[in-house]
Design a protein around this ligand. Structure first.
Ligand code: UDP
Length: 387
């Protein structure tokens, strides 16, 4: 499995120890799976929960049992963190509040989680001469320049006005009272701090900007493995609606555009960063799939079709309904209009390209959602209502 693996420059890859903070989340669980199955690296998996990686931790007879260790700790207040970073060659920080429903309703938690709590991680890496891969977000770009052009301007069709480039695009956020941007702003400041640690103190860093990574184990299904009133990201919201045979809710007409990339494709990019430090250090990378662009309305239509196919159930009579953002997210919500990643830097440095079409990634993801949740939803909805 592991022997004979070489990096992009043909040099043998040495096994390393990785301190992965937030290993129990959606991205962390897929990254741990990949590292255990296809590499010789060790993982110190740090998180407050481990439900999504339980299958990698138990039983102790698993072939990688001596290469993954779970450390249940909250990085906010645990003195063990520095020791774990010192034991590792590389730290990957995935810990964050990253669901839009929280940005305007829990702005303090959002800012603390994405900026303040990340500070000691950056500091310990810098002081101990350890490499850091930090997860940021495509949301640091905010809105496109094109969003401010008149609706009928032909320049809106010009990629110079909407394609998002790591080293050229500005970061455009709305006013402070639109608390949606508390997340983007906190992420931007931690990126700037990491960049400055690199420039002034020689920190070896890589910053990842995920563009709507989706797939199995993303977020939660409200009322099944998360709070019934919780609002996850769009894939889980729409999956929940489909599983419950409810209309999918289109916020403000579902006109926003997104590019979705399959989590398994994105994880390949992260592995290239891990194993090619000379090519990845000092860079910020967009990781997304520019070919998979849809409006949220189109996403809803495609998910409805795919779900019918994988579940064998016909779709309901009114598959979508419109809701205002104020009703759905509350005061202070705002939105990114369009997110197309420029792929020049990741192509040049790591030769990475996404492979999976939107249809295919939805088919495998909704097959997983149906298999994992359909029975539980049936049970939950058939319970007699307490009088
Ligand atoms: N959205 C929607 N209905 C839902 C959930 C989300 O129309 O049930 C919209 C949301 O307003 C946004 C897009 O879908 O325009 C993507 O939202 P997501 O929460 O996945 O995160 P984002 O891409 O904004 O970071």
């Amino acid at each position: 499995m592991a022997s004979g693996r070489v990096d992009l420059d043909g040099k043998p890859i040495k096994p390393i120890t990785i301190c992965m903070i937030g290993a129990g989340g959606f991205i962390g669980s897929h990254l741990c799976e990949k590292l255990m199955a296809d590499t010789p690296h060790k993982v110190l998996a740090v998180d407050v929960y481990n439900d999504k990686i339980k299958h990698l931790l138990e039983p102790s007879s698993l072939p990688w049992a001596d290469r993954i260790q779970f450390h249940r700790l909250n990085i906010k207040n645990d003195s063990r963190l520095e020791g774990l970073i010192r034991m590792a060659d590389l730290t990957i920080n995935l810990a964050a509040i990253c669901t839009p429903a929280d940005y305007n309703t829990r702005p303090l938690d959002t800012i603390y989680s994405n900026f303040i709590d990340a500070l000691p991680v950056v500091k310990y890496c810098s002081e101990n001469g350890k490499r850091l891969i930090h997860f940021s977000t495509c949301e640091v770009y905010g809105k496109t320049i094109g969003a401010f052009l008149p609706k009928d301007s032909p320049l809106r069709q010009d990629p110079n006005y909407y394609v998002l480039k790591e080293d050229a695009s500005p970061c455009i956020f709305g006013p402070i009272e639109k608390q949606r941007w508390s997340y983007a702003c906190a992420k931007q400041l931690i990126e700037r701090l990491i960049y400055a640690e690199g420039a002034e103190n020689g920190l070896e860093f890589t910053i990842v900007r995920p563009f709507n990574w989706i797939g199995p184990r993303m977020d939660f299904i409200p009322g099944i493995d998360g709070p019934s009133e919780g609002v996850p990201r769009v894939l889980a919201c729409f999956s929940n609606n489909l599983l419950r045979r409810e209309p999918l809710k289109l916020v403000d007409g579902g006109q926003s555009q997104r590019t979705f990339v399959y989590i398994r494709d994105a994880i390949e990019a992260v592995l290239l960063m891990i194993e090619n430090p000379a090519r990845a250090n000092g860079h910020i990378f967009n990781v997304g799939n520019p070919n998979n662009e849809v409006t949220v309305r189109q996403l809803a239509e495609m998910m409805t079709q795919v779900y019918s196919k994988v579940s064998g159930e016909s779709s309901i009579e009114t598959p979508t309904i419109d809701v205002s953002s104020k009703e759905f997210y509350g005061e202070g919500y705002d939105d990114s209009d369009k997110r197309i990643p420029d792929m020049t830097i990741i192509n040049r440095q790591l030769g990475w390209n996404p492979q999976t079409s939107l249809w295919d990634l939805l088919e495998s993801t909704l097959t997983y959602q149906h298999r994992t949740y359909a029975e539980a939803i049936k049970k939950a909805t058939s319970k007699p209502v307490a009088s």
